[in-house]
Design a protein. Sequence first.
Length: 200
Amino acid sequence: MEFSSKLIEAAVQEIAKLPGIGKKTAFRLVLHLLKQKEKDVKQLAEALTDLREGIQYCQECGNVSDKEVCDICLSPKRDRQTICVVENFKDIFAIENTAQYRGLYHVLGGLIAPMDGITPNDLRIEPLLKRIPKLEAKEVILALSPTMEGDTTAFYLTKKLKPLNVKVSTIARGVPIGGELEYTDEITLGRSIQTRITYE
């Protein structure tokens, strides 16, 4: 694809780096932006810059946040005796969209995957083990993707959680095997949270 403008070409190349966007889609987006008011395009650019510079991770659960501690962890309406363990913050958005869960979260930051060189030490497991007694949590829900890595991580966590005398459950297998939590429909995911079972 040849461009009559180096500015358009540079914008297309940058937008095409986004996941799921090819050069043709990027070109259409650039043309759309050119038709917008300069003020609107500047607001978009500022929002993206603010996002990159201002976003941080919650010191308690590891979720993305505007502050040191996220709104979920600060909310007095949340059940502080239940912690839902997820792979990443995208899974929190998926579960929150079901409106079926009112506890706290803990983001591991990945799953155990020896073939990829990811070990338990690479995940936020120790902070989880410290949070449980601090919160006097009674249940830990393992809401991990039903993949080999997810099952390996769940098995490892169950062994580590046993001495803490806390109930360990996993979401019911309404989520398809091999599927990713963030792509699961809200009804299936909501039912999985409601009908969670003890992990053995």
